[in-house]
Ligand binder design. Sequence first.
Ligand code: SAM
Length: 278
Amino acid sequence: MILEYTALYVVPTPLGNLGDLTLRAAEVLRSVAWVAAEDTRHSAPLLKHLGAAARTLPAHQHNEHEAAARIVEKLQAGESVALISDAGTPGISDPGARIVAAVRAAGCKVVPLPGACAAVTALSAAGLTDEHFLFYGFLPSKGGQRRQALESLRSQAAALVFYEAPHRVLETVEDMARVLGERTLVVARELTKLFETIESVPLADALAWLKADPNRQRGEFVLIVSGAPASADDGEGERVLALLLDEGLPTKQAAKLAAQITGAAKNALYERALALKS
Ligand code: SAM
């Protein structure tokens, strides 16, 4: 393949199954002069498998600025570069965004290739009928911050898409049930791999379901929670309430004002304000 442009090619790589590398991705990786990889050692077997002779340079979250400068240099010298991460699409809960921004700011071309992404793969098999989805990625690792983040998503009518590591999946699912209430949880584990599991469970039962078999807690996870039920028509009220509480208004006054502004029920907002404060 002769590359159409001198450019930074953003190339998704498989989540587990090598067959998921697209033909175009393989051709680009074989044709570029340089591959900027999140972990050059991790990506070496894939490049070898493809017969790609490109030189590699590291581009991980701790050297993105430096990597961006090197990549711009190569592009300005007329050499194309492919950007890859360990698995899936660069820039999606992975390094890449700063590099892409720097390359574009330098007036060089960025060419994205479609391909593997755990969030989209999980969504395609989740069977949730929410019209929208919100990709969140990783929640904070500390419990308090995690619950706060979940609280901020509570009234979203969209399906919520999270990434999670196996050692945190139990506590995260416990917090989801506590903060988000009655929903459906889709657990998508080890996608495209030998032990791929996709299971829908009521969020309230999810912790018990995970604990029932230690194998269910292993591997890589996408967790998708169905959106806030339509009956939660006080979503706007809660949003305004949270803003007013953030501004330091007393609980009662914040609930009253939020009810007046949005038409949501004052008592329900007051209860919610008390819960938020505690
Ligand atoms: N950039 C990647 C993408 O496009 O999906 C995501 C990278 S992020 C650092 C890694 C997280 O993605 C994992 O912790 C897990 O939550 C999710 N993930 C990656 N591969 C997966 C798989 N095979 N099955 C389920 N989740 C996966």
